[in-house]
Design a protein around this ligand. Structure first.
Ligand SMILES: *Cc1c(COP(=O)(O)O)cnc(C)c1O
Length: 356
């Protein structure tokens, strides 16, 4: 291992993915060409795209109504593309506001129709997931952010609602089993739990499309991507290849169920230390704690810089908190080994003893 990489995104990838990809950069599958040099409409790349899309369907156990697309533009483009395809000018969509990313989604949706913010945890600095809300049956859809990367909260139970459910799963996709078939559309930037930056996964129900009357630009209409097998234009070839390798690795580990076991072990280890160590304190309510992004602070903020320096010496990377929340944030994505969390916990113990 190189360092203990707790980066929030882009983030750690499995070593074997990096190794395989490095070979493909020079000679892809014995073709005499780099993966960066092959045509996207060749059998060589078609096999990669097919395998990636099939692995998503298999690992998420999606029913046959779903189409899996690998698009450009990041999750941020989905903030706009979702309302463009699902929300009429005079229609209403419901959103639950659980932090920075849901806010950005709300802001975009307001450009296309009415937004009903059905619940928000803003008044308590987004330290929890709202439990009480009513969704109007007239709503075109309900949008949630399943894991809040910046504040460190996560929906533990996906709500049952009578309107189509749409989710931003950028930072916890395939980190746990879930009834993905409850959703109408799921999107996730690949760079946190399923690959490298440069492509965004969209899984969408075919039967839900084509219901708005507005004109949709060609590249932003999901139906065109479906018709063209996720190859409407040149796809992000290398990013899709990395995602395919990451999904292959995930399947070898035992899929989302095995990930959940590991992720719980890792998160419990770190949360236990945060709760026991007198120097550190969690920032979210316990019942909504994220297993992916763990945010914590110190009661003596003047020691924060020193702790960061100490961690750096121990090869612990990427634990500085987001500028909005401050303190620390450790991201424990699927590819992060348990051993890295052990090293971080040891560092916290040692630092705390030194300062006692
Ligand atoms: C990182 C992140 C985004 C932004 O993704 P981009 O691919 O950079 O657009 C959106 N939503 C969530 C929950 C995220 O964690």
């Amino acid at each position: 291992m190189k360092v203990h990489n707790f980066n929030a995104g882009p983030s750690i990838l499995p070593n074997e993915v990096l190794y395989k990809a490095s070979k493909a950069l020079i000679d892809f599958e014995g073709s005499g060409m780099s993966i960066l040099e092959i045509g996207h409409r060749t059998p060589l790349f078609q096999a990669v795209l097919d395998e990636a899309r099939n692995l998503v369907k298999e690992l998420m156990q999606l029913d046959d109504d779903f189409e899996v697309l690998y698009l450009h533009g990041g999750a941020t483009t989905q903030f706009m593309q979702v309302p463009l395809n699902f929300l009429e000018n005079d229609g209403t969509a419901s959103y639950i506001d659980t932090g920075v990313w849901s806010n950005k989604a709300i802001k975009e949706a307001k450009q296309y129709g009415f937004v009903d913010v059905a619940a928000s945890s803003k008044d308590s600095q987004y330290n929890h997931i709202p439990k009480q809300f009513n969704i109007s049956p007239k709503s075109s859809y309900l949008h949630i952010t399943t894991n809040n990367t910046i504040y460190g909260t996560q929906w533990q139970k996906i709500p049952d609602v009578d309107v189509p459910l749409i989710a931003d799963m950028s930072s916890d996709i395939l980190s746990r089993p879930m009834d993905f078939n409850k959703f109408t559309l799921i999107y996730a930037g690949a760079q946190k739990n399923m690959g490298a930056a440069g492509t965004t996964l969209v899984a969408v129900r075919k039967s839900a499309l084509g219901k708005v009357t507005r004109k949709i630009p060609t590249i932003l209409d999901y139906r065109n991507h479906i018709e063209n097998g996720s190859m409407l234009n040149t796809p992000p070839v290398f990013a899709i290849y990395i995602s395919m390798l990451t999904l292959r690795w995930l399947k070898e580990q035992g899929g989302a169920a095995a990930m959940e076991v590991e992720n719980e072990k890792k998160a419990n280890l770190l949360y236990n230390e945060i709760d026991q160590n007198p120097l550190f304190r969690g920032t979210t309510v316990k019942e909504d704690r994220s297993r992916m992004n763990i945010s914590f602070i110190m009661d003596k903020p003047e020691l924060e810089e020193e702790f960061l320096k100490f961690c750096k010496k121990e090869d612990i990377v990427g634990i500085k908190g987001h500028r909005i929340v401050g303190g620390f944030r450790a991201s424990l994505y699927n590819a992060l080994p348990y051993e890295s969390v052990e090293v971080l916990v040891e560092a916290m113990k040692y630092f705390s003893l030194k300062k006692a």
